[in-house]
Structure formats: structure tokens, C-alpha cells
Design a protein around this ligand. Structure first.
Ligand code: 13P
Ligand code: SF4
Length: 334
């Protein structure tokens, strides 16, 4: 118990529970038991480590995870993803206890845009509506008119009258891609995903020369020069569905490497090659260090002790709920 008190004290500093676990502990069996005992569901993003994806009740992209979170009936939502995702779950389903294995699992996009800076930015563009990519804090969403994810961004922007000027935050790469797709001229916030910006065009071209029969697929958080050479551009679930239904046999996959787990399960007969990252990136493939902060041990501890919990101030929650619900409504329209 003393051990636990110390761990809880340390939680604020490190963002997760640091409790010694016996070497013999079977995390898979224990997590399964805790799910039953506590009536909890585990929602996981495709970028989580394979073991976490395997034990999750639902694995999906940001849109799928939000839709799922909104309809969860269990008492506890354990979010194996990053902070903005767990916050979105709490905003949509406030009566549930929402747990995140590591509170420091952030996102470079969310960190690039504070609510204060966005409020200042909006003053320069008083006639603009604000569309915010879901990779943003609850406070930023509370300052937004609409939210979108990578799988519905085009649809969301097209739902806005053509003569209505728009600020798009915080992903300039997704924003530029949607500008190109829709012919709009949205004002873009200067934020980017560190993982997708690390892809090297030179190395990608070199790799493609070695595998000329491979199709290049990319996430729209990537830079324009990467998207230009891609055969398919889409969200994580869009990429998985494309590989599953497309007739080619080989793909160079331009997104976080965690997706390869589900992609190879869904399309076992396809060869998947991770897109290469820049020289200065220590990882050969692209891994999101925030997503990978969650581990089986942290998942187990967070379920056992129901800590750390993600909470959202009620005033902010109510304001942030409006643009998220608008997004879900538009997304559901045919
Ligand atoms: P999607 O899974 O919605 O495509 O988002 C990718 C991502 O980077 C999440 O942080
Ligand atoms: Fe954020 Fe990029 Fe990591 Fe997704 S992959 S959580 S956008 S830093």
C-alpha cells in the first residue's frame, strides 16, 4: 500500500503509475480479468503496439474511435491512444470514467495550437469559421465551429458554403491537401505531425525504384511532396481498406508503423513495406513516440488502480461537444 501511495504521488510528475510488477505477471490474462471485473472496454488506435491492439475491444481510426466512444455502455473506457483521443471520449460520454495509461501521451499537432493563440489568431480573421482537426485539445475544440478527422475532412469542408472563409487548424499539411481537393483557400494554422513530416522523399523514391511494382499509400498528414507521389491518400482505416480491396500485391505504407499490424491481418497476402524516414530520424520506420508511451504494463496498472483518469472542465466540455457532434452528424449523412 505504501508502494501504491508513492506511485500515486509520482503520477503527477511522470504521468503514469510506476509500480513494480512481478516478472511472472501475465498482462494479457490480468487485463482480460480486469475488463470483466470492472466492466471496462479498451479502445485502441492503429498506432498502438500489437499486444495492445490484440487485447482491445475495438481498434480504429480517430473517427471510428470517437463514434465508438460515444456509444460505450460499459462503466470505464480505457483509451489506448493519445490524450486528445481520450479527451474526445470524455467529451462525448461524460458519465464514463476515462483512463489513459500515460497522461503524457500527447501529440505534436495538439501541442502546436493553444486555445489562447487560436483565440488571438481568430481576431485577425473575424469573418472566418474555424474547422479544427480532432488532434487538438478540448479547449481548442471549444473555440471551434466544426471538428473533422482525416477520414471526413473533405466532407466536413464541403458542408460549408463555398463563399464562407475558413481557418483550418492545427495541421497545415492536411489543410493544404484539403484546399487542393476542394479548391478552397482556407487559412492554415502552422502545425504538423512530427511522424508524417519525417518521411524522406528521396528515400521513398529510391525505395520505389527497388520495388517498382509497389503502390505508395500515404496519410494526409504527410507533406505535399510525399502526397504528390502517392497512389492513394487516406486516413488509417482508409489505407487499410484500400490495401484490402486493391488488386496490387505490394505497398509502401506512408504512415506510423503500428498500422502494419492490423493491415497485415486484414490483407495477409500483401507485402507491406514501411515508408522510410529522414536520415536524422533514429528509427528506420516511423514510430510515434507519444502513441508508444502506452505499454502493456501501464495498461494493466491503469486498469487495476483506475488511474490516471482524463477529465474535462464541464464548461469547456459543453462548448467542445458542439463542433464534435456537428462533425458526427455530417459524417453520418449520405
Ligand atoms: P487517423 O487514424 O484518424 O487517420 O489519424 C491518424 C493520426 O495521426 C492519429 O493521431
Ligand atoms: Fe500526433 Fe502524429 Fe503521433 Fe498522430 S502520429 S498522435 S498526429 S504526433
Amino acid at each position: 500500500m505504501e508502494n501504491l501511495d508513492k506511485a500515486i504521488e509520482g503520477l503527477e510528475e511522470v504521468g503514469y503509475l510506476e509500480v513494480d510488477t512481478p516478472k511472472t505477471i501475465d498482462f494479457v490474462a490480468e487485463i482480460k480479468k480486469l475488463k470483466e471485473e470492472k466492466n471496462a472496454v479498451i479502445l485502441a488506435h492503429y498506432y498502438q503496439e500489437p499486444g495492445i491492439q490484440e487485447i482491445a475491444d475495438y481498434v480504429g481510426d480517430s473517427l471510428g474511435l470517437s463514434q465508438k466512444a460515444a456509444s460505450v455502455e460499459a462503466d470505464i473506457i480505457v483509451f489506448a491512444g493519445v490524450h486528445f483521443m481520450a479527451e474526445t471520449a470524455k467529451i462525448l460520454n461524460p458519465d464514463k470514467k476515462v483512463l489513459l495509461p500515460d497522461l503524457k501521451a500527447g501529440c505534436s499537432l495538439a501541442e502546436s495550437c493553444s486555445a489562447e493563440d487560436l483565440a488571438e489568431f481568430k481576431k485577425k480573421y473575424p469573418n472566418h469559421v474555424v474547422v479544427t482537426y480532432v488532434n487538438a485539445s478540448a479547449e481548442v475544440k471549444a473555440h471551434s465551429d466544426l471538428v473533422c478527422t482525416s477520414s471526413n475532412a473533405k466532407k466536413i469542408i464541403e458542408s460549408i458554403p463555398e463563399d464562407q472563409p475558413i481557418i483550418f487548424a492545427p495541421d497545415k499539411n492536411l489543410g493544404a491537401y484539403i484546399n487542393k481537393e476542394t479548391g478552397r483557400n482556407m487559412v492554415l494554422w502552422d502545425g504538423a505531425c512530427v511522424v508524417h513530416e519525417a518521411f524522406s522523399l528521396d528515400k521513398l523514391v529510391e525505395l520505389h525504384l527497388q520495388h517498382p511494382d509497389a503502390k505508395i499509400i500515404a496519410h494526409p498528414e504527410s507533406e505535399a511532396h510525399i502526397l504528390k507521389v502517392a497512389d492513394y491518400i487516406g486516413s488509417t482505416s482508409g489505407m487499410i481498406n484500400f490495401v484490402k480491396s486493391d488488386s496490387s500485391k505490394k505497398y509502401i505504407v506512408g504512415t506510423e508503423a503500428g498500422i502494419l499490424h492490423e493491415m497485415s491481418k486484414e490483407a495477409p497476402d500483401k507485402e507491406l513495406i514501411p515508408a522510410p524516414a529522414n536520415e536524422d530520424n533514429t528509427c528506420a520506420c516511423s514510430e510515434c513516440s507519444y502513441m508508444k508511451m502506452n505499454t502493456m504494463q501501464k495498461l494493466y496498472l491503469c486498469m487495476k488502480y483506475e488511474l490516471p483518469e482524463v477529465t474535462v472542465d464541464e464548461e469547456i466540455r459543453k462548448k467542445a461537444l458542439i463542433p464534435i457532434e456537428r462533425m458526427l452528424e455530417i459524417s453520418a449523412q449520405k
